[in-house]
Design a protein around this ligand. Structure first.
Ligand SMILES: Cc1cc2nc3c(=O)[nH]c(=O)nc-3n(C[C@H](O)[C@H](O)[C@H](O)COP(=O)(O)OP(=O)(O)OC[C@H]3O[C@@H](n4cnc5c(N)ncnc54)[C@H](O)[C@@H]3O)c2cc1C
Length: 293
């Protein structure tokens, strides 16, 4: 199928892109890498009348470290994240996660801003942003807003962005010295969207978690920051405690059923991921020996 007819404008600056969005209202759509937008248009799931192409705006591209903050421009491509030494040093969770996002051809064009604005609940990067406690920076006709990643994702393909706002950058706190991370997903094939996945960041002292953020994806309408993990912080983790936490996790999730998996299978996979994550981060194979409980 082909997309229905549309007009096209290449924005020359962020200010120009915002002017175009205001001028065309709800009939306009931004395009960054086009890797989610164009398939949706070709399948006629959406039919915008005006495409505002921001893909050439150099001001939205790049990775910089300043103090404790890693800033990533919205147009930074997946491949740039994957190859960046700054990302590998300061947000290694992202380096690991990005290898699971689609395939090289898509990673060569897809951008972090497009991925976050698209807000597919099975997508890796939104969950990473929630686990990393990132801030999402958006600009609109009324100026700039800074939104915690945990408040940004509002539902399937829904975010806190208004139609006249542009996601311009993401800020991620740099990984602390004693921090560690875990990423894993179940997918039919490497590069497919996940059936269930987990992005986690933790600080560990001795054999105890000082902090633990687990963001599950593909098990709800948005990334889910699990509250159940709070019972694993500042205490020695026993198999019984982990079993309690994984049971509490299952109650927090509201997975979709589709042709890939039932809701109960997704809940089960999330519990498996939680157990594997805790076992790996604490270096305790005994915790994973009995399964998710
Ligand atoms: C075959 C295939 C497999 C894929 N597999 C995966 C996968 O496993 N995991 C995964 O996460 N993704 C996957 N993707 C999606 C891919 O990662 C996309 O690159 C990404 O979702 C969107 O990035 P983009 O820059 O191409 O955005 P675009 O397609 O240009 O835009 C996507 C949406 O975001 C909006 N938008 C774009 N940029 C901005 C901005 N700066 N501010 C506000 N709104 C904006 C657009 O209007 C549009 O609604 C897959 C895509 C394909 C085609």
């Amino acid at each position: 199928m082909k997309a229905s007819a549309f007009s096209y404008a290449r924005a020359t600056s962020v200010v120009n892109a915002l002017e175009l969005l205001v001028a065309h209202g709800d009939s306009a759509k931004l395009m960054s890498g086009g890797q989610s937008l164009m398939p949706a248009m070709n399948l006629r799931l959406i039919s915008p009348e005006m495409i505002v192409d921001i893909g050439e705006l150099a001001e939205l591209r790049g990775i910089a470290v300043g103090g404790d903050i890693l800033s990533i421009g919205a147009l930074t491509r997946h491949v740039d994240l994957q190859r960046s030494p700054e990302i590998a040093t300061h947000a290694p969770l992202l380096t690991e996660a990005i290898a699971h996002v689609a395939h090289p051809a898509i990673r060569n064009r897809g951008t972090i801003g497009g991925s976050l604005a698209h807000a597919d609940p099975a997508s890796e990067l939104p969950a990473c942003m929630v686990a990393l406690n990132a801030t999402i920076i958006v600009r609109g006709p009324k100026g700039e807003r800074r939104i915690a990643a945990g408040d940004f994702f509002r539902g399937i393909y829904q975010t806190a962005l208004s139609p006249q706002e542009l996601l311009v950058a993401v800020e991620v706190p740099v990984a602390r010295k004693n921090s560690t991370h875990f990423f894993s997903e179940f997918a039919r094939r490497h590069g497919d969207y996940a059936i269930a996945g987990l992005a986690a960041q933790a600080t560990v002292q001795g054999d105890v978690f000082n902090g633990l953020d687990m963001a599950f994806f593909a098990v709800g309408d948005r990334p889910v920051l699990a509250k159940a993990v709070n019972r694993l912080i500042s205490v020695p983790v026993t198999p019984a405690l982990l079993s309690e936490a994984s049971a509490a996790l299952a109650a927090e999730l509201d997975p979709q059923q589709d042709q890939q998996a039932s809701a109960s299978m997704r809940r089960h996979l999330a519990k498996v991921l939680m157990v594997r994550c805790v076992s790996a981060l604490l270096g305790r194979p005994d915790l994973a020996a009995g399964g998710p409980g």
